[in-house]
Design a protein around this ligand. Structure first.
Ligand SMILES: Cc1cc2nc3c(=O)[nH]c(=O)nc-3n(C[C@H](O)[C@H](O)[C@H](O)COP(=O)(O)O)c2cc1C
Length: 189
C-alpha cells in the first residue's frame, strides 16, 4: 500500500555520465515502487547516455540539471535539494563525479548538492575495471568513506558496454542498490 506523502523518505537520485546510465530509470522506478519520494538530478554528461525525457518519465517529474540550476528563480537549487533529500544516491557514479566530491568541487548541480551538506550520500559506481582500480579512484573512494559516505561497490561480470573484462567495475543489480538505500536510510532513522 502507498505510504502517505508525509511518511515517505526522500531520495535524490543523481545520474552521472557513464554507460550504465541506461539502468538509472529502472533504479528510479524501483525506489518509487518502494514508496520513496524520488527526485532526479543529472549531469550534462549523463545526457550523452540517456535522454532527459526517459529520466523524467521514470521520475514522474522534471529532472534537475545544470540548466535548471541557473534558471530557478527565488531559490538556490543545490541548497534546496541538499535540504530536501534524506539520502542522495549517485547511480551510476563516474570516477569523475567521485573525484570532484573528494576534492570539494561544486562546479555542477550534482557536485554542489553533495557539497551543500547532503545528509546521507550513497555512491553506486560503474566504470572500466582499470579506472576503478586506479590509485586516484581508490584514494577518492577512501576519502569519501572517511567522511561517512556509503558505497555499493561495483561487481565483476559483463559491463554495460557488453564487454567482459577481468576485475570489478560493473554496476550492481537494481535490487542491491535499492537494498543499500534502505540500509542507509535505516541507519539514519
Ligand atoms: C563512451 C564513453 C563511456 C564512458 N563510460 C564511463 C563509465 O562507465 N564510467 C566512468 O566513470 N566514466 C565513463 N566515461 C567518462 C565520463 O563520461 C567522463 O569522465 C565525464 O566527464 C563524466 O562526467 P560527470 O561525472 O559529470 O557525469 C565514459 C566516456 C565515454 C566517452
Amino acid at each position: 500500500m502507498e505510504k502517505p506523502e508525509n511518511e515517505k523518505t526522500k531520495v535524490l537520485v543523481c545520474v552521472t555520465g557513464g554507460v550504465a546510465a541506461y539502468k538509472s530509470p529502472g533504479i528510479i522506478r524501483r525506489l518509487r515502487e518502494a514508496s520513496h519520494e524520488v527526485r532526479v538530478a543529472a549531469t550534462a554528461a549523463a545526457f550523452r547516455f540517456i535522454p532527459e525525457e526517459t529520466l523524467s518519465i521514470a521520475a514522474g517529474g522534471k529532472v534537475h540539471t545544470d540548466d535548471t540550476w541557473w534558471k530557478e528563480s527565488g531559490r538556490v537549487e543545490h541548497v534546496s535539494l541538499a535540504r530536501w533529500a534524506d539520502l542522495v544516491l549517485i547511480a551510476p557514479a563516474t570516477a569523475d563525479s567521485m573525484a570532484r566530491a573528494a576534492i570539494g568541487l561544486g562546479d555542477d548541480l550534482v557536485s554542489a548538492t553533495i557539497l551543500a551538506g547532503a545528509k546521507r550520500v550513497l555512491w553506486a559506481p560503474a566504470m572500466n575495471p582499470e579506472m576503478w582500480a586506479n590509485p586516484a579512484t581508490r584514494r577518492n573512494v577512501e576519502t569519501l568513506k572517511s567522511w561517512g559516505h556509503r558505497f555499493v561497490d561495483p561487481a565483476e561480470g559483463v559491463m554495460a558496454s557488453a564487454e567482459e573484462l577481468p576485475g570489478v567495475g560493473r554496476l550492481v543489480e537494481e535490487g542491491e542498490i535499492v537494498a543499500a538505500v534502505e540500509e542507509a536510510l535505516g541507519a539514519s532513522r
